[in-house]
Design a protein around this ligand. Structure first.
Ligand code: ADP
Ligand code: MG
Length: 355
């Protein structure tokens, strides 16, 4: 085959967009991350039909002026890093690729309304299939509202593979819950159609946030985990926390009797970033030993502190993966931290160490 041709820009863009935007939940993830990076104290997520008909995220963050919002929807534009050196030291923001707004805009109809904090004029910008179709002044509150409609209207193959509304919503719910739990000082709410799924107070207390998201029974069953640096007073047990890549592990895990059939209630974070790290989840489950049936999983909200040089967060935009320089070390430290918490509550037999 010698018929090699360069793809036209629009085709390239839609293929690239697919890397970032797989389903409604990926849009929600990007928009919520942007809101949190914008220093919001309040983030409202409203979705229609599981997010397949509409997604709206409103924040009270720093907002954007007209020039900023026009730049923000272009390809590879970010205010968060300047060059690769900024990544080496570990980024302090959730976003840094400058891809999301552009990618979402390429495969939907996107409306941004935004006003800078303290600014007196707002801007509305509309993007359809990657083209700016209107931009101009608009009356809107400080902060930013981004509405995404007709997701994948111009990528029928992708649209066809969306699952049932309930399935798409379950993914959205998992994402919003994860960010709510990681940010107890931000009031986060999720509404599906005309029904509010949950809303947190933003008062800064983790257990209270768990109560808002998962309900009282789960919140009351949660046990504090705290090992290494940053451990809380009642959870600190430096004696048994092994040396390893993690500076500390802290958060809450559930009583073994409070469990579910799915792993989606194991929320794990690396340096404040929500990750789906198999290593970490396995280590948490391992700690429960035989106290939990093999097909059941505990609730966990667990924060890992890792020196920037020992973790790579730049693996994949969508999969929320991280790569640890020392996987085994992480596993050992997480398991020990959770085991110690369960032991302290008398919920594990401390006899034979498992291998
Ligand atoms: P990234 O988050 O990686 O920088 P995005 O495409 O998600 O890339 O966003 C591009 C830029 O748009 C951000 O760097 C930020 O400056 C701006 N931005 C996006 N969302 C918001 C928001 N909700 N509030 C304020 N600024 C925002
Ligand atoms: Mg972003």
């Amino acid at each position: 085959m010698t018929d090699i041709q360069r793809l036209d820009d629009r085709t390239v863009e839609r293929i690239a967009a697919g890397e970032v935007v797989e389903r409604p939940a990926s849009v929600v993830k990007e928009l919520v991350e942007n809101a949190i990076d914008a220093d919001a104290t309040r983030v409202e997520v409203v979705v229609e039909a599981g997010g397949t008909d509409g997604i709206r995220v409103t924040d009270d963050g720093v907002g954007m002026d007209r020039e900023a919002v026009e730049t923000a929807v272009e390809k590879h534009t970010t205010s968060k890093i300047h060059d690769i050196a900024d990544l080496e030291g570990g980024v302090g923001t959730l976003g840094f690729r400058g891809e999301a707004l552009h990618a979402i805009g390429a495969v939907s109809r996107l409306t941004i309304q935004t006003r800078p904090r303290g600014g007196d004029v707002g801007t509305e910008l509309v993007l359809e299939g990657g083209e700016v179709t209107s931009v101009g002044p608009a009356g809107c509150p400080e902060g930013t509202t981004i509405a995404v409609e007709d997701l994948f209207y111009n990528v029928p193959a992708r649209r066809k593979y969306l699952k049932q509304e309930s399935t798409e919503f379950a993914h959205v719910n998992t994402v919003v819950a994860s960010y709510a739990l990681a940010n107890p000082d931000v009031a986060v709410s999720l509404t599906h159609g005309d029904r509010e799924t949950f809303s947190t107070t933003g008062q800064g207390d983790l257990r209270e946030t768990v109560m808002s998201v998962y309900g009282r029974e789960v919140a009351e069953s949660m046990i504090p985990v705290g090992a290494g640096s940053g451990a809380n007073a009642d959870g600190d047990d430096p004696g048994s926390f092994p040396d390893g890549p993690l500076d500390g592990v802290h958060g809450l895990v559930s009583h073994p009797e409070t469990n579910r059939a799915g792993r989606e209630y194991l929320s794990t974070y690396v340096n404040g970033r929500y990750v789906r790290a198999g290593t970490v989840r396995d280590a948490v489950v391992d700690a429960y030993g035989t106290q939990i049936a093999p097909d059941r999983y505990p609730f966990a909200v667990l924060f890992l502190d890792v020196p920037a040089g020992d973790v790579d967060v730049n693996v994949h935009p969508r999969k929320m993966e991280v790569r640890f320089a020392d996987d085994e070390g992480v596993r050992e430290q997480v398991r020990t931290a959770v085991e110690d918490a369960l032991l302290r509550e008398g919920l594990l037999r401390s006899t034979a160490p498992r291998g």
